[in-house]
Design a protein around this ligand. Sequence first.
Ligand code: ADP
Length: 248
Amino acid sequence: SDLPSSVLYLDGITVSFDGFKALNNLSLYIEPGEMRAIIGPNGAGKTTMMDVITGKTKPDSGEVFFDGAVDLAKLDEADIAQLGIGRKFQKPTVFENQTVADNLQLALSGVRGVLETFLWSASARDKTRIDELLEIIRLTHLRDRMANSLSHGQKQWLEIGMLLAQNPKVLLVDEPVAGMTDSETVETARLLREIAENHSVIVVEHDMSFVRDLDVKVTVLAEGSVLAEGSLDSVSADERVIESYLGR
Ligand code: ADP
């Protein structure tokens, strides 16, 4: 294949549930280092698309190219994660009874889920990386606070930091600003734009003022395929997009 590296390319993906096509010949091309916003009405197939990329759902047909040639549709979830595809689900999942810095340390150590065996063995390199991550996620001043004392938005940022600790090539982010305050929402757009300087990012989001702040190319999904693509202004002026949101 002559595809550039770290590109993510979904080619003609169809996923059926009991004969109903949740994805219908969906094609999507994410450039290396691009941030893309995915919008679309409920039931459009956004979650299913993310599930296909991460290997949680296998397509009936179509291929998912990543890093030039790998067909993700042939790999299992764990292998896909290993290739450098990280996913942030809507609900934040952090270790509530650990400090902010320790959450990042756990993510760096790759010992998520085996807390009871956690030993203090952080290297100097880890400490530098933790400092960097804390800056990126705006939590430097809260590094020694327990995660359970953070606001909902700060927990979302912490989980994004934990994903970044694993050095993903592509970060999938599912409705990051749901439940955030207005100022957290604005800050999240800035934060993701900074992250997108070094990672490909796909953001699924309903909050249109946030999508506007992201200021990236938008893909509108409807009925399992791409309805429109372009700037938020151009897609929101598209009659078919307006119709799909108003309901069929
Ligand atoms: P979105 O995230 O855009 O709201 P989804 O990907 O969750 O859309 O769903 C797309 C369509 O597929 C919906 O009609 C949904 O009901 C259906 N669907 C999703 N997952 C399943 C499943 N596991 N079984 C049956 N139908 C499903």
